[in-house]
Design a protein around this ligand. Structure first.
Ligand SMILES: Cc1ncc(COP(=O)(O)O)c(C=O)c1O
Length: 346
């Protein structure tokens, strides 16, 4: 152990402040299933960060957060519109289809972002009994390509959804990275711009298996407790999820961790400038870098640091930074990439 990766922010460990909070939470006994004081404090903190109306439910995985959030507001004949690259669509092994029994309607995107123009064509023929009825638009913030929706863009999508009778869901597995980059609060990125329900990620930002479903209208949350239990996501030792969110939200650790991860990606971006064979295919806005590199470089570089090949056809790779990535690691990795360039110079 001890090796470091650029493979994903969920390859990182647990932040020491979170471990300290877990240790404190472990002293003595507490009532199970969320009926404990730490959980009550954590739920209050969500109200402070996201707004007094907020209803929050803790779960263990981001997939569960997405599925239970959507299940709470959908009937089986209703559909979810999401991006072609959405985690919901590509990386959840059909869990939404299985547990919602609902269809996903896929919109094509450039660099992960949906717009009214790309979503509107999927709303034709509504009210026709032969067609599924779009009910939710799901966006990912930041997107799977690390790009960011500005608050104005979210508001435009939310207004459009509400005019059309749809709800806006945000997969915020990396919402903290987007908020840190724009220097905005979590509320300014969600409740204030019309998001109806959020999957809020903790695991990629220094927690251990801790995610939250956040409703901004309590009316939407009435069935969620039951679906969470039925989906086997009601943790009996809930206080350990709650303790992690306390650590994350009390002293703005969410912001510090995300900001650091973003800065490390920005540093890698700067280090990679002027390497002719490294082409960044998406602007670096948060903690992921997507680059096209020569295919022969991949196995050589992976001997030093693990990372993902995002698109094998075009050899686009993804380099992710996390709360514990160091500047030295970034510089060392960049040097290894420069060496590849020099060794393979024409
Ligand atoms: C955009 C997005 N949503 C949700 C998730 C959560 O996934 P998991 O179920 O693995 O916690 C991830 C993890 O990779 C993700 O990238």
């Amino acid at each position: 152990m001890g090796e470091r990766h650029f493979i994903s922010d969920n390859a990182a460990g647990i932040h020491p402040e979170v471990i300290a909070m877990l240790e404190r939470a472990s002293r003595g006994h507490a009532i199970a299933y969320g009926n404990d004081s730490l959980t009550q404090q954590a739920l209050q903190l969500f109200k402070q960060h996201f707004g007094a109306q907020t209803e929050t439910f803790f779960v263990l995985t981001g997939t569960a957060a997405n599925v239970i959030a959507l299940q709470s507001v959908l009937s089986s004949f209703e559909a979810v519109i999401c991006a072609d690259c959405a985690h919901l669509h590509r990386d959840e092994c059909g869990a939404p289809e299985k547990f919602l029994g609902s269809k996903l309607l896929i919109a094509q995107t450039q660099q992960g972002k949906l717009s009214v123009a790309t979503v509107a064509p999927l709303l034709r023929d509504t009210a026709m009994v032969h067609r599924v009825q779009p009910k939710v638009l799901s966006i990912t913030q930041c997107t799977e390509w690390g790009t960011i929706y500005t608050p104005a863009e979210i508001k435009t999508l939310a207004d459009f959804c509400h005019e059309q009778g749809l709800l806006l869901h945000m997969d915020g597995a990396r919402l903290s990275n987007a908020a840190a980059r724009l220097n905005l609060s979590l509320k300014e990125m969600t409740a204030d711009v019309g998001v109806d329900v959020l999957s809020f990620g903790g695991t990629k930002n220094g927690l251990l298996a801790a995610e939250a479903i956040v409703f901004f209208d309590p009316q939407l949350a009435k069935k969620t407790g039951f679906y969470r239990k039925q989906s086997m996501q009601l943790a009996s030792k809930m206080r350990f999820i709650s303790a992690q969110f306390l650590a994350l939200l009390i002293n703005d650790l969410w912001w510090k961790n995300a900001q650091h991860a973003n800065e490390m990606a920005a540093l890698l971006e700067r280090e990679l400038k002027n390497i002719p064979q490294v082409e960044l295919v998406v602007p670096v806005e948060t903690n992921g870098i997507f680059a096209r590199i020569p295919p022969s470089w991949v196995p050589c570089l992976q001997q030093h640091y693990a990372f993902a090949v995002w698109d094998s056809a075009s050899t686009v790779v993804r380099w992710m930074t996390s709360f514990d990535t160091t500047a030295e690691e970034v510089q060392d990795f960049a040097q290894k990439i420069r060496n590849m360039n020099e060794d393979n110079a024409p």
